[in-house]
Design a binder for this molecule. Structure first.
Ligand code: MLT
Length: 226
């Protein structure tokens, strides 16, 4: 079974859950791990992140798209270069993405971060599962044009490999993706990010397979998957 939540509600137990916040939380976390960060601890609030300050963590994330003043890094994947994150421990909180991870944690032992920047490696990893739920983090409770593209792109490839039953939301995502065929980030959150000066993040996040890393959430930490 392949299933999709277009917004992170009504999540059920699944063998594997792929959490998608392509603009920008999952793209950013995948970039951090691919550039050598030890791990990221995703937390739901800015206050929870601050608790880690004296334990050698970099404080990362955003509220309203912008880095909290006392944080080390915002939520732009371009900030997470090797120079900055290699061997570092990070704690991250974002408006939608880290909340979706927390929800997914209650419903599966196998949680994978989904985005385009490491698409093929993630596909290779998830094809072993028979029941997969794609959870789009969305925009403050609303559907995301961009997250839905990632879900559809995975489903398009998976159905070529195995016979899966598709839920209606999986069919919607698949047919939507088939109608556009390649990443097209022009939805509401893309427009907001552009207005905030984050145009380069949009260009970066649309890239396919610039990393050969699979990134998972073990319930405590976001780490490299094997
Ligand atoms: C989120 O988690 O809501 C997003 O990643 C927001 C952002 O683009 O910074």
């Amino acid at each position: 079974m392949l299933d999709v939540r277009l917004v992170p509600t009504k999540i059920k137990d699944y063998q594997a859950i792929v959490v998608i916040d392509v603009l920008r939380a999952t793209t950013t976390m995948i970039t951090a791990i691919s550039n050598g960060a030890q791990f990221l601890v995703p937390v739901e609030t800015v206050e929870q992140a601050r608790i880690y300050r004296n334990d050698g963590f970099l404080l990362c994330g955003e509220r309203g798209g912008v880095k909290p003043e006392d944080f080390d890094l915002g939520n732009s994947p371009l900030e997470y270069t090797k120079d900055v994150v290699k061997d570092k421990k990070l704690v991250i909180t974002t408006t939608n993405g880290t909340k979706a991870l927390a929800k997914a944690r209650e419903h599966s032992k196998n949680i994978i971060l989904g985005a385009f920047v490491n698409f093929s490696k993630t596909l290779e990893y998830i094809k072993k599962f028979d029941d997969i739920l794609f959870v789009c983090s969305g925009n403050d409770g609303e559907e995301s044009f961009e997250d839905t593209q990632v879900a559809g792109a995975f489903i398009e490839k998976l159905v070529l490999l195995k016979e899966y039953e598709l839920s209606d939301s999986a069919l919607i995502s698949l047919n939507f993706w088939k109608s556009i065929k390649r990443p097209n980030f022009t939805g509401k959150h893309s427009r907001v990010l552009k207005a905030y000066g984050f145009k380069d993040d949009i260009i970066f996040s649309q890239q396919l397979d610039i990393f050969n890393t699979v990134v998972i959430y073990d319930g405590d930490k976001v780490i490299k998957g094997e």
